[in-house]
Design a binder for this molecule. Structure first.
Ligand code: NAD
Length: 376
């Protein structure tokens, strides 16, 4: 069995899908591992490090691979270099990209989308949304502090007192929880909001204050999968009024609100930005999905009346060594589901909910129920 760790075609993607640590584990699973030259460089991993772990370095790593590991979905050019029937595992970004999914199907590869991993206990170790969001939540606060012209903690000095920064975290999933914890560690006074009631206790346990419109709709706002539902227009208006009043008193706002398969909800309007003090900083972690903040620009830091709106892309990738290490471990855990440890061969159990939830294409067709073309 041959496994390829490919370099990323997208120059803006610094992460890599395998590390020397996971190469060793794949070798122990009985696989030959080939790595494309320079694949790990932006994550601080040299070709020689992969070789020392037992991999070969080859420009043609993917050509005869049974399994291709990547960070991002391969483009059509890359797909021409893969074997028909190869298993391709990556963050596939399937929503709204029907043409790209059709290309995967046409290439005859069996494509797995790591971000569709079901949120069950057994799959936690494979959960790339969590591993990457956790780092992004941390980095968002670090980015905010770098843009903020003041200190986060209260400082009492002989020359006077510097007040603690007030930080407001909007959306308390994995990224938001880490943002709360990081802002607290830096000494900010932290408040947070979310539409899922389950979050209230988690916010309190991290020493932050929960702010939300707690009506009947709020009590029902979580899906069985643990994600947020899209809220009614009425709820959104009530939430906006509460948030508007709160935001104008904040120094730092970090937004992380997402709804699977939908554009990010708009939480901060231009008027709210205008109501903030000059010097305040907003970091929008939802920018790749349309943004939570009006006026955010993908990949840019814009300044509106002295308020900075930070729209960095691929925030987990801004900590490439850490995010690659965790992503590679997520992938390795997934490989353990695909490979029989005794025979050391591929053994795909299509009844396994992990495979059913993540498989996008198979035998030349888009097979995932959420993305398969609808027949009349
Ligand atoms: P996410 O990235 O989909 O969304 C981020 C947050 O934004 C969520 O908390 C969501 O409720 C919130 N949000 C959406 N619309 C909002 C709005 N209008 N206003 C304010 N907030 C809004 O979420 P996530 O980080 O993937 O986490 C979702 C849940 O899944 C969490 O409870 C998390 O703990 C849970 N989880 C479970 C597992 C597991 O069981 N294996 C793994 C990871 C996460």
């Amino acid at each position: 069995m041959k496994i390829a760790i490919c370099a990323e075609a997208d120059a803006a993607e610094p992460r890599v899908a395998g590390t020397p640590e996971t190469v060793k584990k794949m070798k122990a699973l009985g696989a030959d591992v080939a790595v494309e030259p320079g694949a790990g460089l932006k994550s601080g991993i040299l070709d020689a490090d992969y070789e020392a772990a037992g991999a070969t370095i080859s420009r043609d790593a993917a050509r005869d691979a049974d399994i291709v590991l990547k960070v991002r979905r391969p483009n059509e050019m890359e797909l021409t270099g893969y074997k028909k029937g190869a298993l391709v595992v990556a963050i596939m970004d399937p929503y709204g990209h029907e043409a790209a999914l059709a290309a995967l199907a046409r290439a005859g590869v069996t494509a797995f989308a790591m971000e569709l991993m079901p949120r069950i206990t057994r799959a936690q170790v494979m959960d790339v949304l969590s591993s990457q969001a956790n780092l992004a939540g941390y980095r968002a606060v670090i980015d905010a502090s770098a843009e903020y012209g003041r200190a986060f903690p209260m400082m009492m000095t002989p020359a006077g007192t510097v007040p603690a920064a007030k930080a407001f975290i909007m959306g308390v999933g994995v990224a938001g929880l880490q943002a709360i914890a990081t802002a607290r560690r830096l000494g900010a006074i932290v408040t947070a909001t979310d539409v899922r009631p389950a979050v209230k206790e988690q916010v309190a346990s991290l020493g932050a204050k929960f702010i939300a419109v707690e009506d009947e709709e709020f009590k029902q706002a979580e899906t069985a999968g643990g994600y947020a539902k899209e809220m009614s227009k009425e709820y959104q208006a009530k939430q906006a009024a509460l948030v508007a009043d709160h935001v104008k008193k904040q120094d730092i706002v970090i937004t992380t609100a997402l709804i699977p398969g939908r554009p990010a909800p708009r939480l901060i309007t231009a008027e709210m930005v205008a109501s903030m003090k000059p010097g305040s900083v907003i970091v929008d972690l939802a920018v790749e999905r349309g943004g939570n903040v009006e006026g955010v620009k993908p990949g840019e830091v814009v300044e509106v009346n002295g308020v900075k709106i930070v729209g960095h892309l691929n925030v987990a990738g801004r900590l490439a060594a850490s995010s690659s290490a965790l992503y590679a471990k997520n992938l390795y855990a997934f490989l353990e589901v695909l490979i029989d440890k005794k025979t050391k061969e591929l053994a795909l159990n299509w009844e396994d909910e992990i495979l059913k939830a993540t498989c996008l294409t198979r035998d030349g067709a888009v097979v995932h129920p959420n993305f398969a073309p609808k027949t009349a």
